[in-house]
Design a protein around this ligand. Sequence first.
Ligand code: KIV
Length: 289
Amino acid sequence: MSSPGSEDQRKKVTTYTYRSKKKRGEIITMLTAYDYPTAVAVDLAGIDSILVGDSLGMVVLGYENTLPVTMEDMIHHCKAVARGAKYALLVGDMPFMSYQTTVDVAVRNAGRFLQEAGMDAVKLEGGRERKNAIEAIVGAGIPVMGHLGLTPQSVHQLGGYRAQGKSALAAQHLYEDAVILQEAGCFSIVFETIPARLAKFISEKLEIPTIGIGAGAGCDGQVLVTHDLLGLFDRFTPRFVKKYAELHKEMARAFTEYRKDVEEGRFPTQDHSIEMPDEDWDAFLESCK
Ligand code: KIV
């Protein structure tokens, strides 16, 4: 197992690191985080990049989908992550309607992720229809990560959370979109829930790194939603997720044990209590007479 290196060896991951890793054929790692403790742990594990995904709407805020997430929600969570992570490249996910109306709105909102929230880059969903917005954001000096395939903000247009790019025509469209995004200036593209061989084919054609989620092993990097990986999200687990823990069950077990300990007098004990000197206690009792 490789280690992330000692504190003084480790360097901040940048978009340049992304490019270099692809050139060297080294896999890029990414996980989502939405708060300070998770950001610290992900960073400590030596993960290259953290996505503050709008998936937080579902896995943290309990919405049905990502559509209700606002810019203020994103900025709030990005700030917490930025306080926790020192080395990972930090990517803030632009929420629904923060970049789809006008190019000016898109640039201003993208700018907030860097200026207010401490992010290094932004991510936004969509293909050719986002070309102008991406060009303008990149033109303002803000690195953009694209997102193709299953784009959750278009869940109603896609007719549900279903795999994309499965027909020859859809695969061709997706390939064209990836090239357009690269030409528009994206430094990387997320491929979500598309056929593994299509993701591998496009990844090999592109100069910029691709990051897969449910897109097989042929991408230049991998991302997972941390709450899925940890078994922290109780509603469902996508088929492509590998669970590394069952923290939701572990939380429920710990909370139940705590409740029973309190109800049955096992907590707190003297070990968890604060004492005061006897003479002060006696003086206090005396003063109460
Ligand atoms: O919001 C998110 O977590 C994402 C990942 C699924 C890539 O966009």
